[in-house]
Design a protein around this ligand. Structure first.
Ligand code: CTP
Length: 397
């Protein structure tokens, strides 16, 4: 699968170094040729012998060995890709500031090959403004910096900072070598997350949407080469770094931000769970328990998908979601027609690992011709791939 591809795997001082053993195995199983560079700090976490045994190449660490020097320039040129995984806070700082005091850094600074960086550190280090700036410098310098995962960290805390899983990094490396980027040159707009409609300064009408599905679609469109804008409601999830994200709160704000972008978009995917109603009057002060307010008068919000459907041109593709709890197919098809969408993704809230809050989803995609494609329950990232595939293969009729 990766035969003929030369990967320079650079490992720095992080507890995540053990994951690089699995990553190396995946590369070797895929017939890639891998050389490993380790910093001295990395060797405190895992033995070079493990990597030399698996890669069948000597692990490189030092700029100088007795009276010879390691040819970092040749090493950088040998590689088709340089992958720094895990990349510690320290190495990221050095890479972004031109500090060149070990073989890994010397190779990085003299390399011509593309560079992918998989950071790993504790949450506070990851959130530190200095780290954020350093990551931005790496990105501005053309390196591909992967997002970190959330989860249990070496400190015992739970949060963002874990290195991406080896399988995920492996897939991204494969994509890097082989992805067709079918949507290169296309502009896409995705709405995601819930909306909050204020009742008074402290209360709102909202829903349980997390924005996970919409964010995954935006990332997949981006992976396929599209230039993506994401209009994201008040989701607790951090917006993806590579994607231009506009944060909004209410349905009205989402409407305005989205409708601004619709005319210039080739692909529009409305995955947001937009509130259908807002409070007709928002109280300026907190409504007191002692007040005699017992009902909230509601007014409908504007339907963004329907409005986009009204101005849709034949070259645009408009994708909507249908969130149904009953008469699912019938309602989905009704929405497809009434909102003038090209595709409708039926999302059934059956409580069995599908829908809001879950990492998985189960969908059916309906096209204008009424043809339905049913899918198994899958991880939302995989569901996003199915949706984007349906978009890329969509034929205008
Ligand atoms: N949608 C929208 N603007 C709204 C309401 C919905 O753009 N004000 C979009 C959603 O993003 C989704 C589609 O319309 O792509 C269908 O949303 P859904 O909540 O399933 O249906 P509604 O149209 O709101 O109808 P109902 O709540 O009666 O099922």
């Amino acid at each position: 699968m990766l035969s003929g591809k030369k990967i320079l795997l650079c490992i720095t001082g992080s507890i995540a170094a053990y994951k690089s053993v699995f990553l190396l195995r995946l590369f070797i199983q895929a017939n890639a040729e891998v050389k490993v560079v380790m910093t001295n700090a990395a060797k405190d976490f895992i033995s070079p012998l493990t990597f030399s045994t698996l890669s069948k190449n000597k692990v490189l660490s030092d700029l100088f060995e007795s009276d010879t020097w390691s040819d970092h320039v040749a090493l950088g040129r040998w590689a088709d890709m340089i992958l720094v995984a895990p990349a510690s806070c320290n190495t990221i700082a050095r890479m972004s500031h031109g500090i060149c005091d070990n073989l890994l850094l010397a190779t990085y600074f003299s390399a011509t090959a593309p560079v992918m960086v998989a950071p790993a550190m504790d949450e506070d280090m990851w959130q530190h403004p200095t780290t954020k700036k350093n990551i931005q410098i790496l990105r501005d310098n053309g390196n591909k910096v992967l997002d970190v995962d959330r989860g249990e960290l070496a400190s015992g805390l739970y949060g963002p900072g874990r290195m991406a899983e080896p399988k995920e990094i492996f897939e991204l490396v494969k994509d890097f070598f082989f992805a067709e980027q079918k949507l290169k040159g296309k502009k896409a707009l995705v709405t995601a997350g819930p909306t909050y409609e204020s009742i008074d300064p402290v209360r709102f009408i909202g829903n349980h949407s997390t924005g996970k599905m919409g964010i995954a679609i935006a990332q997949e469109l981006c992976r396929q080469g599209a230039d993506v804008h994401l209009v994201l409601g008040p989701s607790a999830l951090p917006p993806p770094r590579d994607i231009k994200t506009i944060r909004v709160v209410s349905a009205e704000e989402m409407f305005n931000a989205s409708m601004n972008l619709v005319p210039d978009s080739d692909i529009v995917v409305m995955a947001a769970a937009v509130a259908d109603f807002r409070a007709t009057n928002t109280a300026n002060q907190k409504i007191k328990k002692s007040s005699d307010v017992r009902t909230i008068e509601l007014s409908p919000t504007k339907d963004i998908l329907k409005s986009a459907g009204k101005i849709k041109t034949p070259k645009q593709i408009l994708v909507g979601f249908a969130l149904e709890t009953e008469n699912a197919e019938q309602n989905a098809l009704k929405k497809l027609k009434e909102k003038n969408a090209d595709l409708i993704i039926l999302n059934q809230l059956d409580g069995d690992g599908a829908g809001f809050g879950y990492d998985t989803n189960k969908i059916t995609i309906f096209g204008r011709n009424g043809v339905a494609q049913h899918f198994e329950k899958k991880a939302k990232k995989e569901v996003a791939k199915d949706i984007v595939k349906a978009i890329t293969t969509y034929q205008h009729v």
